[in-house]
Design a protein around this ligand. Structure first.
Ligand SMILES: [Zn+2]
Length: 78
């Protein structure tokens, strides 16, 4: 299901994570969905404990970032 990615991939200017720029995405075009909605959670970044879902999505995000960096390095060679 997640293999189909018809939307352009952008990098969030706030957290640096990649996200799909969907036409119906609320918030800023250069911010991921989470950073668009979490405007008012100032300073609480590390104040909450992660549940399993959060840990899973963070791990997936880290993997995506590593992959993006790899792609970037390869692109430099061309
Ligand atoms: Zn973000």
């Amino acid at each position: 299901m997640r293999d189909a990615m018809p939307f352009p991939i952008k990098v969030c200017v706030v957290c640096g994570e990649e996200f799909e720029l969907r036409p119906d995405k609320p918030g800023f075009a250069n911010r991921c969905l989470e950073c668009s909605v979490e405007e008012d959670t100032s300073g609480s970044e590390f104040g909450h404990s992660m549940d399993a879902d959060e840990r899973k999505s963070e791990r997936e995000a880290n993997e995506a970032r590593r992959k993006a960096i790899r792609d970037l390095l390869y692109r430099k060679d061309s």
